[in-house]
Design a protein around this ligand. Sequence first.
Ligand code: ATP
Length: 713
Amino acid sequence: METEADVLEELLNIETEIEDVQDQIKLLLERQEKLHERQSELKFLLEAYKASGTGNSANENASRSSSLEDWSGSFEWDSQADDVRLNIFGIPSYRQNQKEIINAIMSGRDVLVIMAAGGGKSLCYQLPAILRDGVALVISPLLSLIQDQVMGLTALGIPAFMLTSTTSKENEKFIYKALEKGEGELKILYVTPEKISKSKRFMSKLEKCHNAGRLSLISIDEAHCCSQWGHDFRPDYKSLSILKTQFSNVPVVALTATATQKVQYDVMEMLRIPKCVKFVSTVNRPNLFYTVRSKSSVGKVVVDEIAEFIQESYSNSESGIVYCFSRKECEQVAAELRERGIAADYYHADMDVNAREKVHTWWSKNKLQVIVGTVAFGMGINKPDVRFVIHHSLSKSMETYYQESGRAGRDGLPSECVLFYRPADVPRQSSMVFYENSGLQNLYDIVRYCQSKRQCRRNAFFRHFAEPLQDCNGMCDNCAFLSEVMEVDVSRHAKVMVSLLQDTQEKDQRLTMLQLVDKMKNKKELGSDIKKEEMEQLVIQLILDFVFKEEYQHTAYATNAYVTIGPLANQVLQGKKIVKLEISSKQKNKGDSMKSAKHSLAFSGLELKLDELREKLSSGHGGIFPHSVLSSQQMSMISSQKPSSAQELEKIIGKLKTEKYGSKILDEIKKYTGSEPPDNGMLNEEEGSGNRASKRLKTRKGIVVIESSDEEL
Ligand SMILES: Nc1ncnc2c1ncn2[C@@H]1O[C@H](COP(=O)(O)OP(=O)(O)OP(=O)(O)O)[C@@H](O)[C@H]1O
């Protein structure tokens, strides 16, 4: 006979089960959304494969245009464009996609350009701006970016101006006259998006310029700021939709370094350019070496390790950035690096503009080696020779990390990106991003990147940006150091953890991640077979696997993140879900790892430069260098990495004398020139008749072995 208590119990059980089912439905719906997203990405990829007609070559698909139109052919402006490129910009040849983009713009089409940092986006709109009649309008989000661009263009003798809060009355008058009446020389005008959204006066002058047929093109830099899904949404970018509506016959060029499929669609919609020609270059940055290092729970140890890394690897004051989570942390880390003898200063949004500008300028002029910044130190950094970007803590998404780490090596030379990861940093970030669109999903993606000890870091980027995989060439820690990683079954630990958390919740109590790990220490039945750090890793793994979830509580001062039971917790309790953790069985000596990384970097740097030499030497000389010196992948990797001067070459190859691989490459050179390199001075290129290519090789080798040379390549 059922009693009232029995009924009540069953009712409670059913209610709990309903909640459980609802959680699972939510989870499945989220999963469905992700699958839909991936489905459309894969369809896009398939189209790209078909368009290239290759079916399976990742490299050939690294650069994609959305339409089958051929923009690489001959156009009537070719010779004029070549002339401007060479004689005004001083650029000897186009990089991947540049010519095609210029041709599409010159043909009057709207264009969306996705090109990695340092890829050369500016030329794509600046060159057509010079070729086309009239004034090109460029919208760029930051004053500092605009100032740099205008300064650079002015130095090249191009009539470029900006209309911002810093513009003098005199210049403003000149600009308005030029727009309205076509008086004076104005080819490129930079404004911030606020000008479009807030200045009626400016918009009316622009309209007059357009009505007189003098608005040549509209370029929108950092176009991802249009999208709420992007990592840097700016409300003022929304108002840019007016441009295409008002000036429908003027080509719009939207440019950004990164945009997922979702962001691309969003940008096209926002800017009203649905039929634009899309040029997507690879996100691959072959010169960047990606590493994730485990981060100590002791703050001083982390700074010690960062300082050691900088002093060991970049003792010649090579520039770098250290990204921190908070303003306070920035100031602290900068001070501690200074105590350790490193010229470092901090940069964050809480400083006044002058102080920030001063730090940025000092760093740009190499008077300061390291900037320790928050995300505020972001767009507008165009220093080409940043050799390392260190993340003192986790970024909030893969996109943000790609952008921030991508500030390294814009000059194409080998550079390092190191992320210090500690599971305890996850709740710090999650309590900041959980209210953002897809904030947690995005954060968990980068957390997966950090937790993995096996997956190629580069592949994680390719997957994230839905791009065909390319070879990493050993340029990430997981590919370069095959440390022994075991997949350990920790289902037993997970079960105990779930029970513990359930018990706590039943008592109406909450636990943070660290409190949960702390309580696990007292569970004698588990022994001590997994360490505290691994236990932390396990909590995060369980969050990623939907066994746990994070919940937030606001206090007057902060938002706290707690770990609570997630939709798949019962599966673990019932033994239906196996939980595995990647654990390094033999921790590699960090010093050794970094040294090998340096060798690997130096080697790849040498190969980059040697391939350049090989290409140059073999052209017209029947191939003096054998292909065996370099793999074809390395050669294809090289083609986009051209050193522009002997100085660049020298810097890399200067290591020949000391680095492990130097002698190997010297031997190769000897083999193919048949002689020792001259150990003083350089051979005159015009000297002698004999094998000129071989002499030129010796000449290059002169650069290799001699400290100084100003010969241009
Ligand atoms: N075809 C080329 N050959 C050699 N150098 C080039 C070429 N195109 C551009 N560059 C140079 O490459 C550097 C980076 O170019 P640019 O500033 O346009 O990059 P970007 O794509 O805008 O990068 P970011 O997104 O980081 O701002 C500049 O110094 C530029 O002069």
